[in-house]
Design a protein around this ligand. Structure first.
Ligand SMILES: CC(C)(COP(=O)(O)OP(=O)(O)OC[C@H]1O[C@@H](n2cnc3c(N)ncnc32)[C@H](O)[C@@H]1OP(=O)(O)O)[C@@H](O)C(=O)NCCC(=O)NCCS
Length: 150
C-alpha cells in the first residue's frame, strides 16, 4: 500500500483530520467525544500520520520530556486500513523521527486489546493493568538507545 509518512502541524487541516480520526476510532466506540476533552497539551506535542493521496488513514501523537523519554499517545488507524501494516509502518517511522531528536525510550499506555500489536514491535509490558477512559490499559515501553550509548 502506498501510504506516505507525514508530520502534522498543530492547527492545520491535517490536524483537524487527525482529531476526527482519533475521535472515530478511539472515542466514539466507547460512547465518548474527543471534543469534550482538554486539548491544550496537544500544542506542545508532535503529531504524525500516514496519508494516502490527501486522506489521513493513521495517526499518533508524541510528547517528549527533557530526559529523552517520549510518550506515544492516541495511536489510531482508520478501520478500513487496519491489519494492513499501516500501524507498524507508522510506529517505525515515528521511532526514526524521534531517534534523531535524541529520544532514549518510548513509553505508552496500551489498551489491553492492542498489547499484541506493540509486542510485535518489541515493546514490553511494565507493571500491572489499570483503567483509563473506562478501558483496561497496561504500560509498555521500548528502549531506542542502547544503555552503553546513553
Ligand atoms: C492497534 C492498531 C493501531 C494497529 O494498527 P494496524 O495498522 O491495524 O496494525 P498492523 O497491520 O500494522 O499490524 C502489525 C502486526 O500487529 C498485529 N496486530 C495488529 N493489531 C493487533 C492487535 N490488536 N492485537 C494483536 N496483534 C495485532 C498484526 O496482525 C500484524 O502482525 P504481523 O506482522 O504478524 O502480520 C489499529 O488496529 C487500531 O487503530 N486499532 C483500534 C484503536 C486502538 O486500539 N489503538 C491503540 C490504542 S493503545
Amino acid at each position: 500500500m502506498d501510504a506516505r509518512f507525514v508530520e502534522i502541524d498543530h492547527g492545520s487541516q491535517l490536524y483537524r483530520d487527525e482529531r476526527t480520526l482519533r475521535n472515530a476510532i478511539l472515542r466514539v466506540p466507547l460512547g465518548m467525544d474527543l471534543t469534550h476533552e482538554d486539548a491544550s497539551w496537544e500544542e506542545d506535542a508532535r503529531h504524525f500520520g500516514m496519508v494516502i493521496a490527501d486522506d489521513l488513514i493513521g495517526c499518533a501523537i508524541v510528547l517528549g520530556d527533557s530526559d529523552g523519554q517520549m510518550r506515544l499517545k492516541q495511536m489510531a488507524v482508520h478501520e478500513r486500513f487496519q491489519g494492513k501494516g499501516v500501524g507498524a509502518a507508522l510506529i517505525c517511522q515515528i521511532e526514526n523521527a524521534i531517534r534523531s531528536a535524541h529520544a532514549i525510550d518510548v513509553v505508552l499506555h496500551a489498551r489491553e486489546t492492542a498489547v499484541g500489536f506493540y509486542r510485535k514491535l518489541s515493546y514490553r509490558t511494565s507493571g500491572s493493568s489499570f483503567m483509563e477512559i473506562g478501558v483496561p490499559h497496561i504500560k509498555m515501553m521500548k528502549e531506542l538507545l542502547p544503555h552503553d550509548l546513553r
